[in-house]
Write a protein that binds this ligand. Structure first.
Ligand code: IMP
Ligand code: MG
Length: 429
């Protein structure tokens, strides 16, 4: 049965931090439901409303629009304490949440011991991933290992106690092996988390039927991705990735709807590239440019505060993202950050270590570390764009840059952002 309302997925096309939060915030205006489908508190979505800045980690960015329903799907790993900290902080700032937030009964619980293990594994690892330390990897390991604890388990205290104590025993063993130990505060942290179980159950839901019913009733839905395509567990720069599928297909499995319910997929790309954490960044800037753009773009992690590495726009990655996600449109963000550059480079292909040239994103992450990007150079526009509100008012060279970005990405640009405010996101018709 064809659905009436429309269902749009928003995905990151690079290594996260593309500005998905602000695109979701703007698109949320026209929808009824916004749902997260993967990841957890590793995400950091920054949204500006008026002069206020909000950084959201688990609650969808649509929450800043009055009356919109916000869901966390089965694909997320939910840190209960952090979730309610964020929830209560929104209440304190005057955001009305009654009846607006729902969490899937099938979502996995991320427990305090997952965080401990995340840090211990990173500390001991020969090949560091540079995780956010939020426990994401260990929580998804428990999920795939069929050892996880889900929201629904909170309703049965005997079963919950058994599963938690088994998990703790196993994790205690792994911490011992790694030469780490559980700190004294762990019991208290566990009690605090589980003490919030009733409160969480009071907002538990089945996200799949909710979304399908809403679509059938003519409501519109936005599915909000976290991280980016190059951090996808299968399609990213493995093993320097996160532990979930960040790409668009995951929006179906991560909320409990079928892929045919999805009508559109919007890929968010920054007008340049950034990466936080370990792993290759083929188009990395020279040191001087790196520092310059990091300051211009405020490129410091919203979750961890770490400086992000910066580089030129990489169309090899953007095309990979267009295919893997089946993009129907692009949102190009932070164009204004490039306003002062005299010329810009865009990578069109990679020269591989064996001398061959490829236009598609290599599977071998180690060869990706030593590819030499082949660049095209475009003239800069050297004038401020932050006040531009219509595509036709962008400087000619800025439009030419934008045209080249969408052409090489093989997806049409539907929005371009020239600043952090809602009014600075220009729709392209
Ligand atoms: P984890 O997701 O904490 O396990 O981290 C795995 C990798 O993904 C690390 O390189 C992180 O820096 C990166 N990462 C995770 N979440 C985000 C995000 O929201 N933005 C950017 N990078 C992220
Ligand atoms: Mg972020």
């Amino acid at each position: 049965m064809p659905s009436e309302g429309s269902c749009t997925v928003i995905v990151g096309c690079q290594w996260g931090d593309e500005g998905k939060g602000k695109i979701v915030d703007v698109l949320a205006e026209g929808v009824d439901i916004v749902a997260r489908y993967q990841g957890g508190a590793n995400a950091g979505h920054t949204v500006h409303v008026g002069d206020a800045e909000f950084v959201l980690h688990q609650i969808p960015s649509g929450v800043l629009h009055e009356g919109k329903r916000c869901l966390l799907g089965n694909g997320v790993v939910l840190d209960i304490r952090q979730f309610f900290e964020e929830y209560d902080a929104l209440l304190t700032r005057g955001i009305e949440l009654e009846g607006r937030v729902g969490v899937s009964r099938r979502a996995q619980l991320l427990m305090p011991y997952h965080r401990l293990l995340d840090k211990a594994v990173e500390d001991a690892a020969a090949t560091k991933i540079g995780t956010t330390g939020r426990g994401i990897g260990p929580a998804y390991e428990d999920k795939a290992g069929r050892r996880g604890v889900r929201v629904a388990d909170l309703a049965n205290s005997d079963r919950l106690a058994k599963r938690i104590s088994a998990a703790r025993e196993r994790i205690g063993g792994r911490l011992d092996q790694l030469g780490a130990s559980a700190p004294d505060g762990l019991n208290q942290a566990m009690q605090e988390a589980l003490g919030l179980g009733e409160r969480l159950l009071s907002i538990a839901t089945d996200t799949g039927p909710e979304i399908i019913n809403a679509l059938a009733a003519g409501e519109n839905v936005l599915l909000e991705g976290a991280q980016g395509t190059a951090l996808d567990l299968d399609h990213g720069t493995y093993p320097f990735v996160t532990s979930s599928n960040t790409t668009a297909a995951s929006a179906a499995t991560g909320t409990g709807i079928g892929p045919t319910a999805i009508d559109a997929v919007v890929g968010v790309v920054k007008a340049y590239t950034t990466r936080v954490g370990e792993g290759p960044l083929p188009t990395a800037f020279s040191q001087e440019m790196d520092e310059r753009v990091r300051i211009l773009g405020g490129e410091f992690g919203a979750t961890t505060g770490r400086p992000r590495r910066c580089g030129w726009f990489d169309s090899v990655l953007a095309r990979h993202a267009a295919r893997v996600n089946g993009l129907t449109g692009l949102a190009v963000t932070k164009l204004d950050v490039l306003d002062t550059l005299t010329s810009l480079k865009v990578a069109t292909a990679y020269r591989m270590p064996d001398g061959s040239v490829t236009e598609s994103f290599p599977a071998d992450t180690w060869s990706l570390s030593s590819v030499e990007p082949i660049y095209e150079t475009l003239p800069g526009w050297e004038s401020p764009t932050g006040n531009v509100r219509r595509l036709e008012d962008l400087p000619r060279n800025a439009r030419a840059y934008l045209d080249r970005v969408q052409e090489l990405s093989e997806a049409p640009a539907r929005w371009v952002s020239v600043g952090t405010k809602r009014s600075q996101i220009i729709p392209i018709f």
